[in-house]
Design a protein around this ligand. Structure first.
Ligand code: 5GP
Length: 134
């Protein structure tokens, strides 16, 4: 059980933005930017990969609705919608969740950057990924 199960069960408080039988959305306690929101399924799965596709669809549907509400009412200039899977990827709470992170200015202290590794054999990488699925 994680802290999110306690939030679902109302054993600890959270600022809830949306709730139905399957999905809960609440403000992230960290508020890395104003409106930083988490959307989670009520059923337990540890991360994106571990989550049933039908459950993912419900979570994404709520995230889509709330991201648009955030866009319309808080007026960020951009929004990141992301999910960390695994400790190496930055996951700290092992109950699948989507972050909605509104972005207001370039000095908000959030850095999601990609280092380039040019000259890779893309075809070989693709073949390796697809192994077992033909
Ligand atoms: P992760 O690093 O696993 O992708 O994100 C977990 C998020 O959960 C963090 O952004 C963290 O601030 C948030 N979080 C952890 N504990 C609580 C809590 O008790 N309440 C709320 N609202 N958010 C929490």
């Amino acid at each position: 059980m994680t802290i999110f199960t306690k939030i679902i069960n109302k054993e600890i408080p959270a600022t809830i933005l949306y709730e139905d039988d399957d999905v809960l959305a609440f403000l992230d306690i960290a508020q890395c930017t104003k409106g930083h929101t988490l959307v989670i399924p009520k059923t337990f799965s540890k991360d994106f990969l571990d989550t049933d596709v039908e459950v993912l669809k419900k979570v994404v549907s709520v995230a889509h609705m709330l991201a648009n509400k955030i866009k319309d009412n808080l007026h960020p200039s951009g929004i990141n919608i992301l999910s960390n899977a695994g400790e190496q990827a930055g996951q700290g709470v092992f109950h699948y969740h989507l972050h909605i992170i509104p972005r207001y200015d370039e000095n908000d202290g959030i850095s999601i950057t990609y280092k380039e590794n040019p000259n890779q054999d893309l075809e070989a990488i693709a073949q390796e990924i697809k192994k077992g699925s033909e």
